[in-house]
Design a protein around this ligand. Structure first.
Ligand code: UGA
Length: 498
């Protein structure tokens, strides 16, 4: 395009310069100038930024859906063809509040499409967000084979310059490897690649909210052009200038997100350091809860007062069955592995992991103490997901607990509002109840393993009447001890006086 300007000898015209500067100020990638041959004038044309998202899991779908939702043109691909078929048919392969609306609207407006042909998907975008899985290897390190595979594909299939953005959680220095791989595999293509890291801080269950209203957006870059391009991608979020699908136009009056530009290594480290710190904080809360139990204190009172210190804060300070899911446990392990590899003794992280692994056994001690004999007894369990508002059961403490109960001979009946379908395959020896009341019916103990809001609001008089023995073990401190006792329950929780 600019070449055209030179051919017409217009490159020094004021009009051209003015528009070109404005174009640069706004973005390098999403705006364009066109020469109107009749009027011999440049006209400014706003272009939609084209984005490819590789990987249609939690991160990819939320990223793709939300970027399309704020106005970009997004093509999303995955090597799981079944998943793409599900998405094509208008259904979602996961339960994530608000995501269905975001995706449906973006598709209706023609800004989001799913494509099975990865090469096509790669060619469609100016920026490519890599959102593939990085699961743990047996030694705890992150398996980066999917990233390597994508790098090879991008390098060989791209036909125009690409900004390749690492969104998957990866150990520090992966960006350097990615850059090297793109250079090596794409050495004959003549295509220019730049690499950036853009870690995600999306919590399952509130991922859409977290994407559209983040505290901060971190980008790790090597050049100004990549920073400008990413800023343009996130401009609607940074300025909150999009139509918000989850707050119906009335977003909470919170601060606009901070925009943090770092090196690629720092951005990668920020992600692992954040998740590992959250894991440390939860394990710390769990240890304080154990102390509170032994010393006759109440963890709720302790956490409230300790957390009022602005340096500490109450968030991620809830004790219970420990942290699960596909992020905190694996990222903690990967961070430990990374530290070992770089010669840093980060054994405090190993301690946090060890504490977390003991949470289920600690809770089993409470269950055994309350039930006396576990074998043969009917036990109801409420919650299978690793946290509320998701159907994700990966590394779910609740699943571990149910398996332990089954191993000890309990007759377990479970209920979860969203996660039962997924759990059926891995819990062959339990009964799946239709409702929470059904799970409680005839049971000698009812265990709260995931703190779904709807469990908070159950008719506890009805449950009391349905159980063989009105005993509740609350692994997530969801309920109020005094209220449960007023309903006539024998009630045990974590770190609170019985
Ligand atoms: C976590 C981080 O919170 C996100 O910022 C990050 O982007 C994401 O991992 C990721 O790396 O993709 P997520 O795994 O969805 O998000 O779940 P969390 O809300 O962090 O909860 C993790 C576990 O900790 C859950 O099992 C939860 O029940 C437990 N938890 C959380 C506690 O036991 N106590 C708390 O106070 C908070």
């Amino acid at each position: 395009m600019f070449g055209l300007a030179f051919r017409f000898g217009l490159e020094n015209s004021d009009h051209y310069r003015k528009i070109r500067n404005r174009n640069h100020a706004r973005s390098e990638s999403c705006c364009n100038l066109k020469l109107d041959l009749k009027r011999k004038k440049f006209i400014y044309v706003e272009q939609t930024l084209k984005i490819s998202v590789i990987g249609a899991g939690y991160v990819g779908l939320v990223t793709g859906g939300c970027l399309a939702g704020v106005g970009h043109e997004v093509v999303c691909t995955d090597n799981d063809l079944e998943k793409l078929k599900t998405l094509e048919s208008g259904r979602l392969p996961i339960y994530e509040p608000g995501l269905d609306v975001v995706i449906a609207e973006a598709r209706k407006e023609g800004r989001l499409s799913f494509r099975a042909n990865m090469a096509d998907a790669i060619r469609a975008g100016d920026a490519i967000f890599i959102c593939v899985g990085t699961p743990p290897l047996p030694n705890g390190s992150a398996d980066l084979s999917a990233i390597d595979h994508v790098a090879r594909l991008v390098a060989t299939e791209a036909r125009s310059p690409k900004l390749v953005v690492e969104k998957s959680t990866v150990p520090a220095q992966t960006g350097q490897e990615l850059k090297r791989a793109l250079g090596v595999y794409g050495r004959n293509s003549g295509v220019k690649f730049s690499v950036a890291s853009n870690p995600e801080f999306l919590r399952e269950g509130t991922a859409v909210e977290d994407f559209l209203h983040p505290d901060r957006i971190v980008i790790g870059v090597e050049d100004d052009a990549a920073a400008r391009q990413l800023r343009e991608i996130y401009r609607p979020v940074l300025e909150r200038s999009f139509h918000c699908p989850i707050h119906a136009g009335k977003c909470p009056d919170t601060a606009l997100p901070a925009w943090l530009v770092t090196t690629i290594n720092s951005a990668e480290l920020i992600k692992h350091a954040s998740n590992s710190f959250l894991a440390l904080k939860i394990s710390y809360a769990n240890m304080v809860a154990d102390q509170a139990e032994r010393l006759g204190a109440d963890i709720d009172e302790v956490v409230r007062a300790v957390g009022m210190d602005a340096r500490i804060g109450t968030s991620f300070f809830r004790p219970g069955l420990g942290f699960g899911g596909f992020c905190l446990p694996k990222d903690l392990q990967a961070f430990v592995h990374l530290a070992e590899g770089s010669g840093v003794d980060f054994s405090m992280l190993k301690e946090a992991e060890k504490i977390n692994k003991k949470r289920i056994e600690n809770f089993m001690v409470k269950i055994r103490r309350a039930l006396w004999v576990v074998k043969g007894k009917p036990v109801g369990v409420l919650g299978l997901a690793f946290k509320p508002n998701t159907d994700d059961i990966r590394f779910s403490p609740s699943i571990d607990l149910v398996q332990q109960l089954v191993a000890e001979g309990a007759r377990v009946r479970v209920f979860d509002p969203e996660a039962m379908e997924r759990a059926k395959a891995i819990l062959p020896d339990v009964e799946f109840a239709k409702t929470a009341y059904d799970a409680a019916e005839g049971s000698e103990a009812l265990i709260i393993a995931t703190e779904w809001e709807q469990f908070h609001n159950l008719d506890w008089n009805r449950i009391h009447g349905a159980m063989s023995r009105p005993l509740i073990l609350d692994g997530r401190n969801l309920l109020s001890p005094s209220e449960m006792k007023s309903h006539g329950f024998e009630y045990y929780s974590v770190g609170r006086p019985d």
